[in-house]
Each structure stands twice: as C-alpha cells, then as structure tokens.
Design a protein around this ligand. Structure first.
Ligand code: NAI
Length: 240
C-alpha cells in the first residue's frame, strides 16, 4: 500500500513511535493524518508541526466510543488505521489486578475497537489497511513486565484473526513488532528495577523511532503480516 493521498489515523501519536509514524506518513504525501492521543497537548504539538494535513484528536483508546469517533475524520474515510497507543506496567507476578486490566484495555481492546470502527466502511469502499503496533515481547520470551508480554501476544493473535477473516474482503492487517526503540516507554523500562530487562535492552540494538517509521513504509508495500524493524527478531522468529 502506498500512503500517498491516503487518510491515516495514528493513535499514541504524541509518543515516540506514533509521532515518527505520523510525521513520516505526512512526508510520504498522505491526504490527511489524524494525530490521536490521550496526551492532548502532545497531539496538538505534533499536528501543528506537520501542518494543515494533520489534525489533533484527544482520545482514550480504552473507550470504544472514543475510538469509534476516530473514523469520522475531516479528510474523509480512513484508509490506514495505525492502532499504536500502548502502555507497560514494569511488574511481573507482582502486577496488580488493575494493571492487568489497564494493559488489556489499551494493548488489546483498543485494537478490537479500531477494527470494529473502520472495517465495515473499508469493505464498502473495496478495502483498507490496519497496522497494529504489537511488540517483539509478544513473540519472544522478553524480560520485562508480565502483563505487557501477555497482552502483546494477544494483540498479535487478534490481528492474525482479523487478517484471516477479512483478507477476502480486501482488508490487509500487519503487526509492527519492534524490540527496543528509544522512547519514553523504553526509558521507563530501563529506569525500573528489572535487571534482566536492562541487561537485554541496554546492550541490545535500540532503534530511533524514525528507523521504525522507515520499516513501516517498506513493510506496507510488502506482502507480509509482520513488520520487524529489528532484523534479528525476524530471524529468531523464523527459526522457531
Ligand atoms: P510512548 O510512551 O512514547 O508513546 C505511547 C503513547 O501512547 C503516548 O503518547 C501515550 O500518551 C499514548 N497513550 C497511552 N495510553 C493511551 C490511551 N489510553 N489512549 C490514547 N493514547 C494513549 O511509547 P512508544 O515506545 O512510542 O510506544 C508506542 C507503541 O510501541 C506501544 O504500543 C508500545 O507498546 C510499542 N512498542 C514500543 C517499544 C519500545 O521499545 N519503545 C518496543 C515494542 C513495542
């Protein structure tokens, strides 16, 4: 899929990876980019930087009603929905019941809400694209927090389900599965007391969000379900 002249929604677009995606989609000639985030000021700043082809939207992706509202853009119907917002918890077995629920809401249910919000209209228009940011943590045994790995694995499974069921109707789905990317989320993990997490990520290949955006642009054109900004993750997964 080429981004030129397409209408794109990016959630978590005030954060590291989402901001890089929104900027890059605009640079690739998108007709319009909806910059959606819980961080209202952050979304406004990113949209302002992009210019007239971007609009900021305040959204809590754990609300189905609010995610549904993202389908109604000033640029027209959505061609590409990037469900990218995500949260981590920095806890293992000690994660609280509330953390499990919060991560499930943002890391899993938000993808479900996005699919429900845009797929029917995409089918009516002959097709569309869903890009769901998951994580290498959902595919590999990554150290870090338990609810994160579990919810990201669930997010990959949901995307596969959508891909299988809706491919015949012209819906393409890809999962973006990075390892370490230099953003506020990674900083939070590195600042936690997960020594194993620090050992892997601090010494491992940590990418800039702009590199992730380049992998996405290349990946959208390819006929593949996984987009791996870190080639070493791709190798590991394919060896399994
Ligand atoms: P980030 O913390 O910089 O950005 C996350 C953004 O999501 C923030 O702007 C935040 O305000 C927004 N957000 C959080 N909860 C929200 C909600 N309920 N509604 C709307 N927006 C909400 O983190 P980063 O790294 O840019 O994360 C983006 C995605 O990439 C996440 O899904 C994350 O799990 C995933 N990821 C990140 C990796 C990394 O190393 N940074 C590695 C693998 C995956």
């Amino acid at each position: 899929m080429r981004v030129r002249d397409k209408v794109v929604v990016v959630t978590g677009a005030a954060g590291g990876i989402g901001r890089a995606l929104a900027r890059r989609f605009a640079a690739e000639g998108a007709a319009g980019v909806v910059v959606a985030d819980l961080d209202e000021a952050g979304a406004a700043a990113v949209a302002e930087e992009i210019g007239s082809r971007a609009v900021p939207v305040h959204v809590d992706v754990s609300s189905e009603e609010q995610v549904a509202g993202l389908a109604d853009t000033p640029f027209g119907p959505v061609d590409l929905f990037c469900s990218n917002a995500g949260i981590s918890a920095a806890h293992g077995l000690d994660a609280s019941e509330q953390e499990w629920r919060d991560l499930h809401a943002v890391n899993v249910m938000a993808h479900v809400y996005a699919a429900r919000a845009v797929i029917p209209a995409m089918i009516d228009r002959g097709g569309g694209y869903l890009l769901n940011t998951c994580s290498a943590a959902g595919l590999l045994s990554c150290p870090g927090d338990a609810p994160y790995a579990v919810t990201k694995a669930a997010a990959v499974a949901f995307a596969e389900w959508v891909a299988i069921h809706y491919a015949p109707k012209g819906i393409k789905v890809s999962v973006l599965c990075p390892l370490g990317v230099r953003t506020a989320m990674l900083e939070k993990g590195l600042g936690s007391d997960h020594l194993a997490f620090k050992a892997v990520y601090a010494s491992g290949p940590i990418l800039d969000p702009a590199d992730v955006a380049t992998s996405v642009i290349d990946g959208l054109d390819a006929e593949r379900f996984h987009i791996f900004p870190h080639p070493e993750v791709a190798e590991f997964v394919h060896l399994k």
